[in-house]
Structure formats: structure tokens, C-alpha cells
Design a protein around this ligand. Structure first.
Ligand code: CP3
Length: 349
């Protein structure tokens, strides 16, 4: 079965070629949070279940919602429907997804005994439902587009494990960096080991490319990012062989040069980052991904087309994968999303 995946040719492989820096006939496009509440087809499946987690943990349904945006929106890749929080759960901290407030962890990490009790899980076992969702998705995609696997970056996972929920400041998590750097490194190390095994298993089961989400990168100082984030992301990048790696560090405008030194293929930009300046800081040898403000999609069609073309002009002939600068907001009109995607697909380089 695995051999079958390896030799199956992907028909639309434009995203993989762009990630590796090969020439492409047009700019590929996918969207963070493309599978989700903007699609009535997603909401219909979700409404029949007890909640988000049941969807994540039911491989047939997770595969179905993974493929929906490929059919409905025409994106150049699918991203496996899951969440970055499955890693803390597999390590020993179960989460719940509260309807209006987001993730919540009953147990959090506060001291060295908490860290020592965390497992480094075998992903085929503890996260077998993700692996099965990947295998089903690959079978059902049947080579139409590549499948993106993903995980949270160690610092972002650390934030949820210490904080126990979302936060504007992540001040509890940052407090641990200042008050107990040794324990912080121990926790980051365990998360990193778990994430490496998890991403390697995703690749083994069929992921064609992986993205590391450092969603809360922007709350750290440059010095903290160099000490507590870059070395761990670097270990993950070096451990992923055979497929391209995308690193998306939201808000880390100050770390672009440091990110450029990673052994990854693609660096994600958010909309606060100037495109030309980013290219200068990162150099010509990485593909850049992004970076439209998701709020553009609230505008009228003409504005969406105009701004999307300006974005593409700014990326120019350099290596580029089009995307938003962060995830789609759930109240975005699906036809506006299509307008963004179609404008990219019709644009002549
Ligand atoms: O389409 C895709 O991008 C794939 C699926 C995906 C989800 N979460 C599904 C999801 C991916 C890649 C993620 C990653 C994720 N999860 C991140 C990193 C990306 C980012 O946005 O910065 C983070 C920080 C999380 C943690 C998380 N999950 C939060 C804070 C929330 C609540 C906020 C919200 O949007 O509701 C979630 C829930 C979540 N994850 C939903 C989806 C589709 C919404 C839940 C629902 O449908 O009820």
C-alpha cells in the first residue's frame, strides 16, 4: 500500500514544484483554514456530530471535509483536517474545544513533575486516527492535488500547554520562559521530539508536504525567539526528509533572517510583512507563501481582484505560493474566496 502511494503521480503538482523552487506555469494557491465553517457542506457534517473533536477523530469524515475545498474552491492542495492540539493531548494533556471560547485544557504544565509525566507518543498508536484520515484522503484524492500535513511549532504548543487556553498575551507561558528557562527548554525538547515523530509518520502515511504553524511567534522578543523557538523548529526541519517543509511564524517579522537560515523550503508571511523587504531579508533561495489579509475578502469583488493582483505583482517572478496571511475567518462569503482563488489562477506571470 505504501509503495502505491510513493509511485502514484500527482496530476496537479504545481504547489510541490513551487515549494521546491522549480518553474511553474502559474502561481499555486491554497488557504489556511480552507476546510471549515465558511463551507455549508462542512457545517452540515459538523452539525450531525457532538463537536469539533468527533470530526477530527472520525477518519472517514475528516477525509471528507479535507477534500471539500478541493472540489468546491478549486485550491491546488488539500490540508488534512485536524488540529495542532492533538499533540498535547497525545502527550498527556487532553483538550476540549468549547463552542464559543475555543480550546481548553483542564490539566496544564506548571512544574518539573508535570513535564516529567508527559509522554513522547508513538503517533501510529496515539494519533492513529490522523494517520488513517491521511491514508483515506490520499486514496480518495487519487492524485488530484498534493496533501499538506501539519503540526504546531514547539513554542505555540508550549503556549497552550502552560496557558491551558487561548490568550491575547500568553503571559503565563512567557512567565515560564523568564522564571524557569531550564524547565522551559525541557518542555520544548519533549514537544519537539513528539512533533518530529508525528510529522515523520504523516509523511510515511502519505503527506506530500508539511507546514509548521508558529501561530504565537509574534508575542516573543527577537532574543526569545532565537533562544526558545528557532533551535526547535530547526531540529524539526532537519528531521523531515523527502518532502518540502513550510514554516509559518505569525507575527515574527523580526525573525525573517533567522527563519531564512532554516533547512526549510517555504516561509509563510503574514500581511504585516512587506513583500519586497521579506524577499530581501530571506533571499532568493526560499519560496515565500502568503500573504493577503483575510479581511480583504469582506470587500467587493473589484477590490478583491485589484488587491490580489497587486499582491501577485509584488511577489513578481520570485518563488511564491499564494495564500492568506492567516486563516480564513468563518464569516467569509465563499464566492469572495473563489474570486481570490480564480484571480490568482488567471493571473499571467
Ligand atoms: O483547513 C485547515 O487549515 C486545516 C485544519 C486546521 C484546523 N486547525 C481546524 C480547526 C488547522 C491547520 C488548524 C491549526 C490550528 N489550530 C492552529 C494554527 C493555525 C492558526 O490559526 O494560527 C491553531 C492556533 C489552532 C488552535 C485552535 N483550533 C483554535 C484557537 C481554535 C478555535 C478558534 C476557531 O477558529 O474556532 C480551533 C478550532 C478549529 N480548528 C476549527 C477548525 C475548523 C473551528 C472549530 C469548529 O469547526 O467548530
Amino acid at each position: 500500500m505504501l509503495l502505491y502511494f510513493c509511485i502514484m503521480k500527482i496530476q496537479n503538482d504545481i504547489l510541490l514544484r513551487a515549494a521546491r523552487g522549480e518553474r511553474t506555469e502559474r502561481t499555486p494557491v491554497w488557504l489556511m483554514r480552507q476546510a471549515g465553517r465558511i463551507l455549508p457542506e462542512y457545517r452540515a457534517i459538523r452539525a450531525k456530530l457532538s463537536g469539533f473533536k468527533e470530526l477530527v477523530e472520525t477518519p472517514e469524515l475528516a477525509a471528507e471535509v479535507t477534500i471539500q475545498p478541493v472540489d468546491i474552491l478549486g485550491v491546488d492542495a488539500a490540508i488534512i483536517f485536524s488540529d495542532i492540539l492533538v499533540i498535547p493531548e497525545a502527550m498527556g494533556l487532553p483538550y476540549s474545544m468549547l463552542e464559543s471560547t475555543g480550546p481548553f485544557f483542564e490539566k496544564t504544565i506548571q512544574n518539573s513533575s508535570d513535564v516529567s509525566h508527559l509522554r513522547i507518543p508513538d503517533p501510529e498508536d496515539a494519533l492513529g486516527y490522523v494517520m488513517e484520515a491521511i491514508r483515506i484522503t490520499k486514496r480518495e484524492l487519487n492524485g488530484r492535488v498534493p496533501l499538506i500535513g501539519f503540526a504546531g511549532a514547539p513554542w505555540t504548543i508550549f503556549s497552550y500547554m502552560v496557558e491551558g487556553k487561548g490568550s491575547k498575551t500568553f503571559s503565563r507561558a512567557k512567565r515560564m520562559l523568564y522564571t524557569d528557562p531550564i524547565l522551559s527548554h525541557q518542555l520544548l525538547d519533549k514537544i519537539t521530539e513528539s512533533t518530529i515523530l508525528y510529522l515523520q509518520a504523516q509523511v510515511k502515511n502519505g503527506a506530500d508536504i508539511v507546514q509548521i504553524f508558529d501561530s504565537w511567534a509574534g508575542v516573543l522578543s527577537p532574543a526569545q525567539y532565537n533562544e526558545f523557538a528557532i533551535p526547535y523548529i530547526s531540529r524539526i526541519c532537519s528531521a523531515i526528509k523527502d518532502v518540502p517543509v513550510i514554516v509559518f511564524a505569525k507575527g515574527a517579522f523580526f525573525a525573517r533572517a533567522a527563519l531564512a537560515s532554516l533547512s526549510c523550503d517555504v516561509i509563510g508571511l503574514d500581511w504585516n510583512m512587506d513583500i519586497a523587504e521579506s524577499r530581501k531579508l530571506i533571499g532568493p533561495d526560499k519560496t515565500l507563501q502568503g500573504n493577503m489579509d483575510p479581511c480583504l475578502l469582506y470587500a467587493d469583488y473589484e477590490t478583491i481582484k485589484k488587491e490580489t493582483k497587486l499582491m501577485l505583482d509584488a511577489f513578481g517572478s520570485g518563488r511564491h505560493i499564494a495564500n492568506l496571511g492567516h486563516g480564513l475567518y468563518p464569516d467569509t462569503d465563499r464566492d469572495k474566496v473563489r474570486c481570490f482563488i480564480d484571480t490568482i489562477k488567471e493571473y499571467q506571470k
